[in-house]
Design a protein around this ligand. Structure first.
Ligand SMILES: Nc1ncnc2c1ncn2[C@@H]1O[C@H](COP(=O)(O)OP(=O)(O)OP(=O)(O)O)[C@@H](O)[C@H]1O
Length: 502
């Protein structure tokens, strides 16, 4: 459906067309008119189908630009998502000069307080920091017309619920309330409905919960073989923009360091890092300076990084909904993606539980052998060579090249260079984690993921918002990854021909 049929203003239509959106997605087509009509809506649609714009556009349309009060509040489960949402709302409302501010933990509160004094009309934030501002009286919500719980099932899950209730109490009872997510278990929806008035439930019917743009695979692997198996997949598949999800922060640290030791361009992201570091890593990943983001579930929800080609679940998620969100970081906005889930023999039941939810059979993949990985590396080197030759100022090296060709056989020379660019096999030891227990799975608690062992997603979320680091907020400039990616990759990857001699 055309955006122009949805009752949106001309200036929003022009912002939409500047964003390159041609047609409204089904969730946008169905919910935008309802939200414009002031109704409460529960919107559920697959990951990457434009739910942010579905609530952002009507909010912007309803904004009274002469009213200096906060008129809309959007609550996000993670700082990264809050930042991203603020950017999207700001971009869509820029022509109308909508004032949109983000507040989240770990960033300098005094700066936030100063910015709040300039009367933002839309606030995007994480629950802990929103509450902090409420208690300091630096954020007043009594004029809020629209409240959005983005990733609503996560926000209404036990860990966040108290905070959300406290925030909602600060808003007028006649507000409009919107809940959006790709997943919405019935018991969580029931909690949400309590905060709403006769909500319309819009569920975009899809055969599957995950988009068919993602090819989903699994690999049965022993715990101690995971790391080597994954790097062999990297060598064979040569993934371009990759997220690796791990169950714990320790895992993220070990896996990201292990990947770096083997010459991959990787960085770890989790809730124990300072906010400045988190922001820096996200920006580097967006800009293509980091190829592989290794993360806890802190990066599982909502994060929209254009062109993520592969998601690897180093550890299978405990919660099937969590799987949907993790793999949903790829296959977004019409693009194709691949997900691979490593599953230890004990965890096969979890895999089946996920398949039951998504109604998609993951296809089994055989781990590549060491030899196949080596061949993969050589193939990657071969495909890089043409590009490298194009970029090399031959004249500069001609004399030495001729000298070497006089001294050595051409084949020996090239073989030696290939030897240099293929990865050294550095032994990496990852601390084993106990596989997920069968008992938990047997209890059938699909959503009760708050008790994760080992600092899984709930722990990360709390730290996410409550980590009181005083580091300053350096926000992403939303760099365009697509255009820069290939070149940046070459100029950053240590083990590519291109880099080697620079
Ligand atoms: N109508 C549209 N046409 C093309 N692209 C769009 C459209 N609407 C949104 N997008 C783009 O699609 C991408 C995914 O959108 P968004 O992040 O809102 O997805 P989502 O449904 O909220 O996903 P998730 O469930 O993972 O949070 C974004 O880059 C967004 O700019």
């Amino acid at each position: 459906m055309k955006f122009s049929e949805l009752g949106l203003s001309d200036s929003l239509l022009s912002a939409i067309s500047s964003s390159g959106f041609e047609e409204a997605t089904p969730i946008q087509a169905e919910t935008i008119p309802m939200v414009l009509n002031g109704e409460d809506v529960i919107g559920q649609a697959q990951t990457g189908t434009g739910k942010t714009a579905a609530f952002a556009l009507p909010i912007l349309q309803h904004l009274d630009f002469n009213n200096p009060n906060v008129q809309a509040l959007i609550i996000s489960p993670t700082r990264e998502l809050a930042i991203q949402t603020q950017e999207e709302v700001y971009r869509l409302g820029k022509d109308e000069k909508a004032k949109v501010q983000v507040v989240y933990g770990g960033a300098d509160i005094r700066r936030q307080i100063n910015s709040l004094k300039s009367h933002p009309q839309i606030i995007v934030g994480t629950p802990g920091r929103i509450l902090d501002h409420i208690s300091r009286h630096t954020l007043k919500l009594e004029h809020v017309k629209t409240l959005v719980l983005d990733e609503a099932d996560e926000m209404l899950n036990m860990g966040f619920l108290d905070d959300i209730e406290s925030i909602i109490k600060q808003t007028p009872s006649d507000r409009q309330t919107l809940l959006f997510s790709a997943t919405m278990p019935p018991q969580i929806k029931r909690v949400g409905v309590q905060f709403m008035k006769d909500p319309h439930q819009v569920k975009i019917k899809a055969k599957e919960l995950t988009t068919d743009l993602i090819d989903q695979y699994y690999v049965r692997v022993k715990e101690y073989e995971k790391f080597d198996t994954m790097t062999r997949f990297f060598d064979v598949q040569d993934p371009e923009v990759t997220i690796v999800f791990c169950r714990t922060k320790r895992r993220v640290d070990e896996v990201s360091k292990g990947l770096e030791a083997r010459g991959y361009n990787a960085a770890g992201l989790h809730g124990d890092l300072t906010q400045a570091r988190r922001t820096q890593i996200m920006n580097e990943f967006k800009q293509g300076k980091v190829d592989i983001l290794v993360a806890t579930d802190v990066a599982a929800r909502g994060i929209d990084i254009s062109g993520v080609t592969h998601v690897y679940n180093y550890d299978i998620p405990q919660d099937p909904d969590g799987y949907v969100h993790r793999v949903g970081r790829t296959g977004r906005a019409g693009k194709h993606g691949v997900s691979i889930t490593f599953t230890t023999p004990n965890e096969m039941d979890y895999l089946h539980e996920i398949e039951k939810l998504t109604k998609v059979r993951m296809l089994p993949l055989k781990p590549p052998t060491e030899q196949e990985a080596f061949v993969g590396q050589l193939n990657n080197a071969e495909s890089d060579i043409g590009e490298l030759i194009k970029r090399t100022n031959t004249e500069k090296y001609e004399k030495m090249a001729d000298k070497l060709l006089d001294e050595y056989e051409a084949t020996d020379l090239v073989a030696a260079l290939l030897n240099d660019v293929t990865r050294d096999y550095v032994k990496v030891k990852i601390t084993p984690e106990r596989p997920l227990s069968r008992r938990h799975h047997g209890s059938g608690g699909r959503r009760n993921s708050n008790n994760h062992r080992g600092g899984g997603h709930w722990n990360n979320r709390r730290n996410d918002d409550r980590n009181s680091s005083r580091n300053r907020n350096r926000r992403s400039n939303g760099g365009n990854r697509d255009h820069k990616r290939k070149d940046d990759r070459h100029s950053n990857s240590k083990h590519r021909f291109t880099i080697k001699n620079k």
